[in-house]
Design a protein around this ligand. Structure first.
Ligand code: PEP
Ligand code: MG
Length: 325
């Protein structure tokens, strides 16, 4: 079985009806990048930058960040690396040099893009480091916890100004550094048609999107029965996000854990997802699951999927349709 899986390293991620699906990796370390490259990942779909800021007493400066991002870009040898700007808030802040005030409700507090926009010096250092890394290969900027159009507009302007300044001194910086937004806050999902024109791509963060849609803390084990993407509300929102992105010609990936479970690959293809991003340890399993599916047959099942009433019905549907690809 392991051997059969290893053979898939060299295979394409192609459905039975010859539809190519992209598998990207979520990465942090050098090993993650090396493995992803070896497995033929299409790129890094989520490079989390928090690790550079945690477990220490000072903030990494532009140079330190630049070196880390440059190494990731070099490691992917020409495939795009999607660098997510800092997603720290009082929830993830186990020791940082950021001097974050305590908050009564960190998951709903100053985290992600909210923190970056309130700390312009910190944000500029990170954006400059990312832009400089673009001299070594294709880089994309991904914004976490976006909830409004204004946030994206503010970042666009900032990136444009920094790009202009840097281009005068560092000539190798890439002309095109695409800007994207995570969709993980319900307001961003539900108002997507109003802001999608401001970004080049989107990535769905189901870990947080599920938490916020269901008002169920993603880290609270007592809520395991409630915290699940297999809820009609979640599926409806996901279907809308993917459809809107397609209509507006913006690539849409999913980088939450939902995309990393091979069992759910048929369901995600039914929703129309064509870019999955996950830790490299799940990549071959997901590739195998996708290769057993027919994209067109799956797409035809969408109305059926969106009519299901609850988690049990969704699970039954997954089993019942397994033989229909
Ligand atoms: C998510 O929310 O789904 C996500 C990928 O981001 P993180 O898990 O880092 O919050
Ligand atoms: Mg998230």
């Amino acid at each position: 079985e392991r051997k059969a899986l290893q053979k898939l390293r060299r295979e394409r991620t192609r459905t039975r009806d010859d539809h190519d699906i992209e598998l990207w990796i979520n990465a942090e370390t050098r090993e993650d990048i090396a493995t992803g490259h070896m497995l033929g990942a299409n790129g890094v779909g989520l490079y989390r930058t928090e690790f550079l800021f945690l477990q220490r007493d000072e903030v990494p400066d532009e140079e330190e960040q630049f070196l880390a991002y440059r190494d990731a870009v070099l490691g992917m040898a020409g495939r795009p690396v999607t660098i997510r700007t800092l997603d720290i808030g009082a929830d993830k802040a186990d020791r940082t040099g950021l001097a974050l005030p305590d908050e009564p409700n960190p998951a709903l507090g100053v985290r992600g893009i909210r923190l970056s926009l309130r700390r312009p010096d910190l944000f500029d250092d990170q954006l400059r480091a990312i832009l400089r890394a673009s001299a070594y290969g294709p880089v994309r900027i991904l914004l976490p916890m976006v909830s409004s159009r204004e946030e994206i507009k503010a970042v666009r302007l900032r990136v444009k100004r920094l790009h202009g300044e840097l281009s005068k001194t560092h000539t190798a910086i890439r002309e095109e550094v695409p800007l994207g937004a995570m969709i993980e806050v319900p307001s961003a999902a539900l108002s997507m048609s109003r802001w999608i024109g401001l970004v080049d791509f989107v990535s769905i963060g189901t870990n947080d999107l599920v938490q916020y849609l269901l008002a169920a803390d993603r880290g609270n084990d007592a809520l395991d029965d409630l915290y699940t993407p297999l809820h009609p509300a979640v599926l409806r929102v996901l279907a809308d996000i993917i459809r809107t992105a397609r209509l507006r010609g913006r690539p849409v990936a999913m980088c939450g854990e939902f995309a990393a479970d091979p069992m759910f690959a048929p369901l995600l293809l039914t929703l129309g997802l064509e870019q999955f991003s996950m830790h490299s340890s799940s990549l071959l399993e997901v590739r195998k699951a996708i290769r057993a599916c027919s994209f067109e047959a799956r797409r035809a099942m969408l109305p059926q999927l969106l009519r299901l009433q609850d988690r049990a019905a969704i699970l039954d549907w997954l089993h019942a349709t397994a033989a229909m690809d």
